[in-house]
Design a protein around this ligand. Structure first.
Ligand code: GDP
Ligand code: MN
Length: 378
């Protein structure tokens, strides 16, 4: 889960990471007031959940409140990389002498958390990794020992010889690591960390991504989620414990088990059709769960046919059939429903479904996927 810069900034401030003062605003008038209150040049920054805002025109410097108003007029409610900008962050502008990169993430190959610094800050770090990998300095953290201050010092020394700055940067690195560790993040990044002409350190940008699988441990973080930018169907699915990802195609898939869901999507594609979604009803696949899954899949207007692929292990096929029948009785269903049920109580399950209008029973996954393709192509 990504959060906005202004939200990450608040976490940075709480953890003592030096950042220029700022406030978030939704209108140009508010932006002007913030700039007036500050009485100094500001930077007006689009709040969207993508990087590279600077290059895309989402960040503007303004030396007067009037200029800040004009900048906000241009940024607010415009589209940045295809995303509508609803908010801007108005920050005190600082003069930049050097731009560094600091980041903490997981290195999957090393199976460790890695703390990284680079003197080539301000630009996309992937770009630096491609063109100047020698400009990225890394420290792999031992999972039991953690990240010690002398290690932070050593890493910071790769950026500058100035003792005071090394100490300051080391402190910031330690704070970033603590955020990463305590808040179950997958990425904590400052790009750029700047040294001003006066010699002070400031985090000019703030980026945190949280691990979705650990959010249950952090209710205070979940509340930062911007529901407006998320797919409403995905939000609804999450609420009822269904893994659902909307895709581009028109065959809605209801499957139990993530592996089987992937295999089902592969087969649909194999037959030249496109799945409308990934959907895993989850462990028990109770009749209610299947009903909810059907509701979610049918709410996607692109869907032209629904493919149900259930393997009954702990899940009983007759119960799944019940769930489908109940869900169908509650709504007008005009789309073909292709069902492949196999495993525990499959005969009882099929018996319940046989003869219902609009339902096609398939014996194998192959047959089901092929049938789904035929009905959407016909
Ligand atoms: P990003 O492009 O989405 O990563 O947004 P950043 O917050 O990193 O800003 C992009 C660039 O804008 C930075 O690398 C800086 O060069 C510039 N910038 C941001 N804030 C300031 C500021 O306060 N003063 C000046 N002079 N430049 C800034
Ligand atoms: Mn940045």
């Amino acid at each position: 889960m990504k959060i906005y810069e202004f939200q990450a900034y608040e976490i940075f401030i709480k953890r003592g990471i030096p950042s220029p003062w700022g406030e978030v605003a939704k209108t140009s008038e508010e932006v002007k007031k913030i700039a007036e209150k500050l009485g100094r040049p500001v930077v007006v920054k689009a709040q969207v959940l993508v990087g590279g805002r600077g290059k895309a025109g989402g960040i503007k410097l303004a030396s007067t409140p009037e200029e800040a108003y004009q900048a906000a007029e241009r940024i607010l409610n415009s589209k940045l990389k295809g995303i509508l900008v609803k908010r801007v962050f108005v920050k005190e502008s600082v003069s930049i002498k050097e731009e560094y990169y600091l980041g903490v993430t997981v290195d999957r190959a090393q199976k460790r958390v890695v703390v990284m610094v680079s003197p080539a800050g301000g630009i996309d770090i992937e770009e630096v990794a491609r063109t100047n990998p020698e400009k990225i300095f890394k420290f792999y953290v031992h999972p039991l020992l953690g990240f010690k201050s002398h290690q932070a010092n050593e890493l910071a020394s790769a950026l500058t010889k100035d003792k005071n700055l090394v100490q300051g940067i080391a402190k910031i690195l330690s704070a970033l690591y603590r955020i990463f560790d305590e808040m179950d993040s997958s990425l904590v990044e400052v790009n750029p960390l700047v040294i001003t002409k006066e010699g002070s350190l400031f985090a000019l940008d703030a980026k945190i991504i949280f691990d979705d699988n650990a959010l249950y441990r952090h209710p205070e973080i979940s509340s930062l989620r911007d529901l407006e930018v998320e797919d409403p169907l995905e939000v609804r699915a999450k609420e009822v414990g269904i893994s659902y990802v909307r895709l581009e195609g028109n065959i809605g898939c209801i499957v139990n088990g993530a592996g089987l869901a992937m295999a089902t999507m592969d087969l649909v594609k194999h037959y030249g059709a496109e799945p409308a979604n990934f959907l895993d009803v989850g462990g028990g696949a109770s009749s209610q769960q299947v009903g909810k899954a059907l509701d979610i899949v049918l709410s996607d207007e692109q869907v032209r046919a629904v493919l149900v692929n259930i393997f009954g292990g702990i899940t009983r096929c007759d119960i799944v059939a019940e769930g489908l029948i109940q869900a169908l009785s509650k709504r007008e269903m005009n789309l073909p429903l292709i069902i492949r049920l196999t495993g525990t109580n499959e005969e009882e399950g099929r018996k319940k479904l046989r003869g219902i209008k609009g339902i096609f029973l398939a014996d194998t996954m192959n047959e089901a996927a092929k049938k789904a393709m035929e009905v959407v192509k016909s």
